[in-house]
Design a protein around this ligand. Sequence first.
Ligand SMILES: NC(=O)c1ccc[n+]([C@@H]2O[C@H](COP(=O)([O-])OP(=O)(O)OC[C@H]3O[C@@H](n4cnc5c(N)ncnc54)[C@H](OP(=O)(O)O)[C@@H]3O)[C@@H](O)[C@H]2O)c1
Length: 329
Amino acid sequence: MAGKLMHAILYEGYGGGAAGLKHVEVPVPSPKKDEVLLKVEATGINPVDWKVQKGELRPILPRKFPFVPGTDVAGEVIEVGPGVDNFKAGDKVVAFLTHTSGGGLAEYAVASKSLTVERPLEVSAAEGAGLPIAGLTALQALTDASGIKLDGTGEPTNILITAASGGVGPYAVQLAKLGKVHVTATCGARNIDLVKSLGADEVLDYKTPEGAALTSPSGRKYDFVIHCATGISFSTFEPNLSEKGKVIDVTPGPTSVMVSAYKKLTCSKKQLVPLVVSPKGENLAYLVNLVKEGKIKTIIDSKHPLSRAEDAWAKSIEGHATGKIIVEP
Ligand SMILES: NC(=O)c1ccc[n+]([C@@H]2O[C@H](COP(=O)([O-])OP(=O)(O)OC[C@H]3O[C@@H](n4cnc5c(N)ncnc54)[C@H](OP(=O)(O)O)[C@@H]3O)[C@@H](O)[C@H]2O)c1
């Protein structure tokens, strides 16, 4: 592929939103040691993509420009670099490209072999591309942070999942139900039936007084909250938590880090736990297999061609997606 050009989307500085994205022709990248070159078939958009462009995450995820965004891809292996013996040209895969390298909004992308997993025929490119950040975050929040056993052998547990209709929430609801826990979920009125169909036991419309108060209709107290929404303070969660209830905050900002530290220092039984996803190939493979087996599914909000990637970007910034926003070359 050396010397061949491809269509890619990039931005050249912080800010600008969807209008800051540029369509360019750039050389197809070459896979280095332990990397594979993929022909991209689908790319999942995540809020972190435009938060990084906005400069919100500059201290932890600084950017070098120009930058081709996009971390969650599904595609076909075209070429393998030195040291890759687990993939060959023609293999269908899902990959996480890492926040530092990005590169997913393009016709071709290079991925590390350790964060690339096989994609069986039963899993479409769009379903696969929805999984990396959103699915891994849901999995990590439920298992590592909350100790839920997804084989259903754990203690009876009540959990609340906020923003159960977005990118992360639907995976969290479905995975939690594999663990046989009782799920209360929040979403907007238009998505209540969808979230119930994913297995939630009770669903609150977040725009009603009960929804805003997060009160379980059946009077349950939550052992864990998988908090996928933003703008809800710990004091709203606190009266709804069980004695040792924990809020797992997947959008931790300075306030939640401070509240978390304060709760620890004061030995509070109720805790706030900031969570940042740490992607692992084996966990991605586990999720892809669950999709293959029909145990979880990717809810797709919308699909956009690469030639209109800015529409996908704008849709994510609006914050009203139902499931994953997908871009297809
Ligand atoms: N820590 C990490 O590593 C990590 C990983 C992944 C995601 N995140 C963060 O997690 C958050 C969620 O990500 P996402 O991809 O799921 O976002 P998303 O897809 O943009 O979420 C949109 C959905 O959230 C619903 N929603 C918004 N406010 C709500 C509220 N107060 N209560 C209930 N539902 C609400 C919207 O419903 P309506 O349209 O009805 O308003 C919409 O369906 C983002 O802030 C993201 O940056 C962090």
